[in-house]
Design a protein. Structure first.
Length: 182
């Protein structure tokens, strides 16, 4: 089964207001790719336009059988954000895929006070890839196109999908089944 790990970094949690900054994509066992909203990098560009990164991500994700996220499934964040933003441009949403949300697996199978990715990654000894970002970096990236801030977000996004690839074999024994989401 062709598997890809993915994660979105954006300006807000509500798709009405949010704009996508980067999308990390990592085919299982391969090198991570981080798509960057190119409108952030162009002087004088409309930084609120995230259509191209959305379409590019959808195209890549369509080539995989299983998409894996952390807090990204149908009832969570990444998938609904991607589809809502695509629909806002009149684009078709991601076609239904088998989707595995490792957050849901951890929630049902493990017992922690908090289940954020940093805690789970640290528990399994893969936490060194998880970075923190100053909220001002998101603002500088989105509003100013600040390249240093964008680079921090890219490193953060890449680290998250690399963690997912390493976390996947640790949690797969707890998976009871998959369902198509889209």
């Amino acid at each position: 089964m062709r598997t890809i790990f993915w994660d979105i970094e954006c300006t807000d949690l509500d798709a009405h207001w949010a704009r996508i900054l980067t999308i990390g994509l990592k085919p299982q066992g391969k090198k991570a790719l981080v798509l960057v909203n190119q409108s952030l990098l162009k002087k004088g560009a409309d930084r609120s336009n995230d259509r191209d990164i959305l379409v590019d991500a959808r195209t890549i994700l369509e080539g995989f059988d299983l998409v894996v996220s952390y807090y990204g499934g149908h009832w969570r964040f990444d998938l609904p954000m991607l589809n809502t933003r695509l629909l806002s441009y009149g684009e078709k949403p991601l076609s239904p895929k088998f989707h595995l949300d490792l957050y849901s697996v951890a929630k049902k199978s493990l017992r922690f006070k908090r289940l954020n990715l940093a805690i789970i990654a640290k528990f399994f000894g893969i936490g060194s890839l998880k970075t923190q970002i100053d909220p001002n970096d998101w603002v500088r990236a989105a509003m100013d196109g600040d390249r240093k801030a964008i680079e921090k977000i890219i490193r953060h996004n890449r680290g998250d999908v690399e963690i997912l690839d390493k976390l996947f074999p640790k949690l797969i024994p707890f998976v009871r089944g998959l369902r198509r989401e889209g």
